[in-house]
Design a protein around this ligand. Structure first.
Ligand SMILES: Cc1cc2nc3c(=O)[nH]c(=O)nc-3n(C[C@H](O)[C@H](O)[C@H](O)COP(=O)(O)O)c2cc1C
Length: 264
């Protein structure tokens, strides 16, 4: 069974039963779990209970993660959030300052609270700082297979041969730190990474996604995972985000192609 139930506190309101999508809870004749093996520990029952009757056993050791809030009070203005989205630009020019672990930990809070398919929460991240040069060399050995299709890959090869041949690393520009997201479900990881990215912008950080780094997983996943022996190789590197402190400030939004939306 997955839940701790403090039946003395239960007021029999039935909210937990209503909100459960797995029919795992019944409140008649009194609150109990149904042994249907389907509960995926989403926590809706715990989150909606007015009296704190229900807690999830698996998170017993994380009481500090249980915060009460008032859902009628949305903590950010729509226009403020939209303005953050509008002001976002890919950042490739960075200061020399590195992001410290405490700041990364704040960023990963955004991922921690992200939704995931089937609630499996299997996205894991690697932050690459010290091993960056080694990693880029490794990536190049995989993606060079596509260098005839992508001039950027060829440029990277030339740069790695002779670091004076280009002003910047053609893949990283001025990037000095990378966040890589691994999982079995691409959508879940991209959701988590996008939230992390937007929190980063709210903290004065910035970055860009790298098509070419992620491509290494598409070209030769098994080889790529040799760099990450500590990650389950069934997981794929779903996205790569170069992150840092922006060195340049943009001044205006630019138009985009009109989004095609069909309402039916
Ligand atoms: C999936 C994805 C992959 C990207 N790959 C790269 C990349 O390899 N190198 C790069 O400099 N920018 C990359 N970008 C950034 C885009 O080039 C950028 O979003 C686009 O030029 C528009 O600029 P903006 O993000 O400032 O609006 C990528 C963006 C996305 C979403």
């Amino acid at each position: 069974m997955k839940l701790n139930i403090d039946s003395i506190r239960c007021v029999g309101c039935g909210l937990c039963e209503n909100v459960c999508i797995k029919n795992h809870i019944k409140t008649k004749p009194s609150l109990h779990e149904v042994d249907n093996n389907e509960c995926f520990e989403c926590g809706h029952c715990m989150a909606i209970c007015p009296t704190g009757t229900i807690t999830l056993k698996i998170y017993e050791n994380q009481p500090e993660r249980v915060e009460k809030y008032d859902a009628t009070n949305i903590p950010i203005e729509t226009n403020d959030l939209l303005q953050l989205y509008k002001q976002r630009r890919s950042i490739r020019w960075f200061k020399n300052k590195l992001i410290d672990e405490k700041t990364f930990n704040t960023l990963f809070e955004a991922a921690y609270y992200s939704p995931s398919a089937q609630n499996i929460q299997d996205t894991e991240f690697v932050v690459i700082t010290k091993e960056l040069d080694e990693f880029i060399e490794f990536i190049y050995r995989i993606i060079k297979e596509d260098e005839d299709k992508f001039p950027r890959i060829k440029q990277l090869g030339e740069y790695l041969q002779d670091k004076t041949s280009y002003k910047h690393n053609p893949l990283l520009w001025e990037g000095k730190q990378l966040i890589l997201g691994f999982s079995t479900d691409i959508t879940s990881t991209i959701i988590a990474m996008t939230r992390l990215e937007l929190l980063a912008y709210s903290m004065g950080l910035g970055g860009f996604y790298s098509f070419f780094i992620q491509k290494a997983d598409v070209i030769n996943h098994d080889k790529l995972m040799e760099f990450f022996p500590y990650i389950d190789s069934n997981k794929h590197m779903q996205c790569a985000f170069i992150i840092g402190y922006p060195r340049k400030k943009f001044k205006r939004t630019i138009p985009h192609k009109t989004i095609k939306i069909t309402y039916k």
